[in-house]
Design a protein around this ligand. Structure first.
Ligand code: SF4
Length: 449
């Protein structure tokens, strides 16, 4: 969790300032503590066997990109980090080759049923680079036809420092991977220990050098703020290390305490102290000052990039574009149909090996949910909600529909409202969850499709 892919690809809830987690959610209503909210209804039932109409509702507006994203979830890690409630299991003794075969089978099926070209590919986890190099090669081999046929504009793989060696880096480059996202989290050894991270800061430096030498041009680092005992000085030191690492992209997330994680249990036992909310806000502001001053544009609540290096895959989520999800626990949404695969490797394998998809949750977005999604996703972007896109997709004018809360939140200095976009101000970003919740609650009830 707190991976770049998590920021945009998984179900999530807002962190303290909406800079924790958030993405294409299966959310009906934003909730500060709904880590993995259930879908509304389950029309198709679990483990749906019948082919699905992936083109339903896929009529495209001019504003939408011509294609869809493809997310592949590899649910294995060497061991679990203390703060993580994302779906991943320890890799030892797991059926790696069976998983790769099942993912390949699902991939073939999803692509056969989707008429849209694949615009971006993102392999997340988990830790995809924890796979034995042969299995990683097999997984990437399964994606070769997609790369050759669809010529995606970006192909990202997530990795943990310490899992990137020269052989793996070469395999990535050979398969057409253009971008790697590294889970740095902090450059301070004590903070990495608090998070139960396995790597040391030096591993990160080595990983970046290895990837560069292999030919990877775009690298993202994930960093976490609000770690127990983190200080503005230590946060500043980590931010400066990002500059030294010479990467193009940075994703900064506030630490969240998810129910049932070891870190949350340590918090309950008084073994760690939660970072005060005001200090966490200060650290977020520190990032918003420091990074733009050093050439990183903040283009989303949690994401900063050098010009031209925004994550194209995550932008697709934030623009409410269609995406396919493949692998255990992966979610996809095309048109108004959204699904999530079962969060269990064994069940996933059983379904795919029996020739069935492993969908656990399926829902059709009604008008109200669609409005919520547009607000939840697009207001995360610095450019904000595109008024015309909202009009085209919902048939409603957001400036009229939300006139009262828009006026009030603008007066409070939390929003700017223009003729083309509605955007959070800097102050609004600090209160993004509350601002967006107000707008979501002002949407009229929808019509089920
Ligand atoms: S590397 Fe850690 S944070 Fe990332 S998915 Fe694995 S256990 Fe979770």
């Amino acid at each position: 969790m707190l991976h770049e892919s998590w920021s945009a690809a998984a179900t999530g809830a807002f962190g303290a300032f909406c800079v924790g987690r958030g993405g294409p959610t299966l959310l009906q209503e934003p909730s500060p503590d709904s880590a993995n909210p259930p879908v509304r209804g389950n029309e198709a039932g679990a483990s749906v066997a019948s082919p699905i109409d992936m083109t339903a509702g896929a009529t495209r507006s001019r504003e939408q990109s011509a294609g869809c994203g493809l997310y592949v979830h590899v649910p294995y890690c060497r061991r679990k980090c203390g703060y993580c409630d994302f779906y991943s299991v320890p890799v030892h003794d797991r059926p790696v080759e069976r998983l790769v075969a099942a993912i390949s089978a699902e991939l073939d099926r999803r692509l056969a049923e989707c008429v849209l070209p694949v615009h971006t590919i993102y392999i997340g986890g988990g830790t995809p680079t924890i796979l034995p190099v042969e299995a990683l090669g097999s997984l990437l081999h399964a994606l070769r036809p997609v790369v050759a046929t669809h010529r995606p504009v970006e192909f990202t793989v997530e990795a943990n420092p310490g899992t990137v060696d020269e052989r793996r880096a070469a395999v990535l480059v050979d398969a057409g991977v253009t971008r790697v996202s590294l889970g740095a989290q902090s450059f301070i050894p004590a903070e990495l220990a608090t998070l139960d991270r396995e790597h040391a800061p030096a591993d990160l430096t080595r990983s970046v050098a290895t990837l560069r030498a292999a030919g990877i041009r775009q690298i993202n680092l994930d960093l976490i703020f609000g770690i127990p005992d983190q200080t503005p000085a230590s946060w500043s030191a980590s931010l400066k290390q990002v500059l030294d690492a010479g990467v193009e992209h940075l994703a900064c997330y506030g630490l969240t305490y998810e129910p049932g994680t070891p870190l949350t249990e340590r918090l309950a036992r008084g073994e760690v102290t939660r970072c005060p909310e005001s200090l966490e806000a200060d650290m977020y502001e520190q990032a918003m000052d420091f990074l733009p001053a050093h050439g990183f544009d903040q283009y989303e609540i949690s994401n900063f990039a050098r010009p031209g290096s925004q994550c194209r895959h995550n932008l697709l989520y934030w623009h409410n574009e269609p995406y396919l999800g493949v692998g255990p626990s992966a979610a996809g949404c095309v048109g108004r149909r959204r699904y999530r695969n079962v969060e269990d490797v064994d069940e996933y394998l059983t379904s795919l090996e029996a020739g069935r998809l492993a969908e656990e949750e399926v829902e059709l977005l009604d008008d109200e949910m669609l409005m919520h999604e547009l607000l939840l996703m697009q207001l995360r972007l610095t450019e904000g909600l595109a008024v015309e896109v909202f009009r085209q997709r919902t048939g409603m004018d957001p400036l009229q529909l939300l006139q009262e809360p828009l006026g009030r939140l603008t007066t409070l200095g939390l929003l700017t409202v223009g003729t083309t976009h509605v955007a959070l101000t800097r102050a609004g970003r600090l209160l993004a969850d509350r601002v967006i919740l107000e707008l979501v609650r002002a949407c009229p009830p929808g019509v089920r499709h």
